[in-house]
Design a protein around this ligand. Sequence first.
Ligand code: NAD
Ligand code: ZN
Length: 380
Amino acid sequence: MSTTTGQVIRCKAAVAWEAGKPLVIEEVEVAPPQKMEVRIKILFTSLCHTDVYFWEAKGQNPVFPRILGHEAGGVVESVGEGVTDLQPGDHVLPVFTGECKECAHCKSEESNMCDLLRINTDRGVMLHDQKSRFSINGKPIFHFVGTSTFSEYTVVHVGCLAKINPLAPLDKVCVLSCGISTGLGATLNVAKPKKGSSVAVFGLGAVGLAAAEGARISGASRIIGVDLNANRFELAKKFGVTEFVNPKDYKKPVQEVIAEMTNGGVDRSVECTGHIDAMISAFECVHDGWGVAVLVGVPHKDAVFKTNPMNLLNERTLKGTFFGNYKPRSDIPSVVEKYMNKELEVEKFITHEVPFSEINKAFDLMLKGEGLRCIIRMDA
Ligand code: NAD
Ligand code: ZN
């Protein structure tokens, strides 16, 4: 047992005090884990666009002060009452959506939408007692999607932790705790393109390029990347993207451009932008009769999806997914093994690294559309 077990830990965390204002590194108190909770030491975290949306709080409900962050890797420090399958020293990836292993969703092969632990972006407290485990001089600081990884220590429900191979380098596999698994799973588990098929990917950030990687692994012969940022195109070649479309280069809607390129539409599309217009285009660009579109991007809270119902009647399918339909505890350890066996490359998604003290730089890079994933080292 470590000396900190059962004690409050004082450590550094990057606190978002207000929407859109730079995070401030503060000394926070992290309470011990309660029933079915685990306290973990975060070693590496990275920034996903979802953190930026909730920090900007333009299209999402504002919850402040808050500790953001959900893509990370860490080591268990101590466990709360009732936790039997994790112990201090285990290597874990926290995940924004959980797996209780008992509800109808967890028992279904088709769903990862756990009744107890599914993503809830408005909740800023722990389920057990509706309280926060973080405070500064007694004043609570809210959690984010049950993970709050922009802190040296955080408390997470055991159902939101994937126990992984301790030999896996956490500075690399931390990106599997959200973005890369999300994109990869959206293609492999949900879109399921056939060998030789065509796939359009909207949004060539880390999530979209992981979706493209999934299409390449599936043997798709045409992978059409769609992005408004022309700088993405060069990078995307490394991920098997074979053709590019920048909607800004055309007067007509991008779905018409894609339909012309593909003799009526692509077999599959995966949307990874979070923008409603791209979601509609991603649906309308699939071929009638068999096309399947998968939505991944997190929409503005008031967004409304509009399309003529004939587009559906003509036998197009619209789907959506969180976390690529992976069950965090059951499936993520094997995604990490794919990396260990060299079936999956994660290095090419990691374009930047900053010390924790410079976490705001990671936000600047994402806002400028530069690079894919920026690793934030907690010990620096
Ligand atoms: P990112 O910012 O790195 O990449 C998004 C890309 O989309 C950018 O290159 C941007 O130029 C492009 N884009 C924006 N609007 C566009 C449009 N209208 N048409 C074409 N391209 C457009 O972000 P990311 O970290 O890769 O995340 C992508 C999306 O996935 C975000 O919405 C994020 O919130 C979401 N996400 C969802 C899940 C899930 O489980 N469903 C998990 C992680 C992330
Ligand atoms: Zn994410």
